[in-house]
Design a protein around this ligand. Structure first.
Ligand code: ZN
Length: 135
């Protein structure tokens, strides 16, 4: 079993109103979707770049993970998301290898995906998202 590709990079931003036009200019492609993920307290905006995507994340409340991330580190790359074929099997494989899962079960994330995250303390400081397309 292996991860299929880098599905997207997640970038924490303070204000989508500023960052969406900035990334539209940078990438030369329009934002194709914005979506709130209530459970995570974030608003997201997606851009397609070839096979991969960019996900901008803006906090929608002060206690969200994005809000804490920006307070600590400022805006910037927040996570790398890998597409997997079977998220539950992949979570089991990684847990057995000693990786720390933040979520014990996958949940519905943005952009029609089931997702879960690995704690950065078990992945050299990089927050890793696993995502599987909902069919
Ligand atoms: Zn993501």
């Amino acid at each position: 079993m292996q991860m299929l590709k880098i599905e997207h990079l997640g970038i924490a931003v303070k204000d989508l109103g500023v960052s969406i036009p900035l990334f539209e200019q940078l990438l030369g492609s329009p934002c194709y979707k914005t979506e709130a993920v209530e459970r995570e307290g974030v608003k997201t905006a997606f851009f397609q770049t070839g096979e991969s995507k960019i996900e901008l994340l803006e906090s929608s409340n002060d206690s969200s993970a994005i809000s804490k991330f920006i307070a600590k580190k400022g805006e910037g790359i927040h996570h790398i998301a890998f597409e997997v074929e079977n998220i539950e099997a992949e979570m089991k494989r990684l847990a057995a290898l000693g990786f720390e899962l933040i979520h014990q079960a996958p949940f519905k994330g943005a952009d029609n995906k089931m997702v879960c995250f690995l704690h950065p303390k078990s992945t050299n400081g990089v927050l890793i998202e696993l995502c599987q397309e909902i069919k």
